[in-house]
Write a protein of this length. Sequence first.
Length: 494
Amino acid sequence: MVKADIRSPELNQTLRVAIGPASFLTLLQKEILDLVLSIRFLVLLMLCALLIPLSLYVNSQTYERWLADYNEQLKIESTLRSSRSGWSGTRPPSPLAVFANGVETSLPKGFSIQPNQIQMDKPRSYGDPIYEIFGRIDFLFVVQAVLSLIAFLFAFDSISGEKEMGTLRLCLANAVPRYKILLGKFAGGMLILVVPFLIATGIGLIVLTATGYPLFDHNLWTKVLLMVVASIVYISTFYVLGMVISSLTHQSKTTLIVLMLIWVVFVLAVPRLSIIVAGMIRPVESDAVIALRKKLLVEHIQQEKGRALKDLYFAKARQKGLAEGALTFDANDPEFVRRRNEIAKPFEARMRDELAKIDEDHQRKKQRQLHLARNIARISPASVFAYVMTDMADTGETVKVRFFDAVRRHYARMDRLVFSRMYQDLITDEGHSWGFGGTLPGEEPPEKPPRFAFRFPEISESLAHSLPDVALLVIYALLFFIVAHVAFIGYDVR
């Protein structure tokens, strides 16, 4: 064992003192010294000092590039709005995506709309093949995957390893209370884990502010502080879980194997399998299928409308003495426009209603599936922690739903102010077709359509949404500690 090889005379003296008065502070000192002298502490220092500041810096540079692209897109949209040649909207990047990318890299960066159609843009990660394949390393990944694994490596021999070396039996033989030993190991291990983490995070925040990152704007620092606190709770959850398994086994190598299996299940498997299981229980049609259904519906109703309008168009052609096969939309004939609207408006209203029903039904099913997947994933503390972090960083499912809702509301405004004042007729007869479109006479749309607006949640909204997951993370930590205490009380040190 590494502990036996590196134990120093000073550490042995510390142990003898701890056995004497059974002082909690002495037990804490012994645990800290034991961990500091191990190779694991050096690994922790190196990973924290390298990954946390570097990931924050790299992601801050990416955010600056996204922000520049967003501002450039706003200029383009302003030009398009003034010329009325198109309608589009752009989603601003979340500043806190520097800490947790979440859905920021997969959400569309914007959209464009036309009558009966919403076309989403490519995500911001599009065009970065390395990131698309391997993903990004952010603060969330470092804590969720790397530090949780290190917490297991620090805790795996906390009980079983002490038994193998005989020090646990020696402590208990000298009337050291078991709860003091457990508390000493927990406090010592957490101090060794948290202090390097906080120092590395502090360095990373200094780097961010030095590069111009708006850490103190819009209460961002409050959310960052809450994310750091949540990270400490998450690390403690995995450390205590490591103590639980160490209290249930009698060989440290067995403990390590079991903990590696638990880490794979909690960190890698459960978050990914949850959506698969939810999809099997509550299947939902893909967005591509829904888009095809809507397209077929529009084509079908347009054909029905065209058949209903055919006689009117042909009568107008005969009235104007047009050549055979020539049709026209006579905008200068109020009676023609009135009759056209009487026939076409019911079809157009039905089209809007049925398209809205398809969207509402699809969104309702997706929300039910997402809710189920989220509840399944909550059996893993890693999933719970990811939900807390992405909600605080405005890169979680809440912001995703909020964005798509904002897009639908914007389309509804555009439909009321612009699209409902336009016409698009398709007349077919004996293999020939005629298409007409434009703005209805007397119903000119506004010169400048409304601009798309998207607002990130306030800190109170983020807190309210993430509070159940924060509470669940705390419950996991307390539950694991209780289980560790119960297991250690009955632990056979022989």
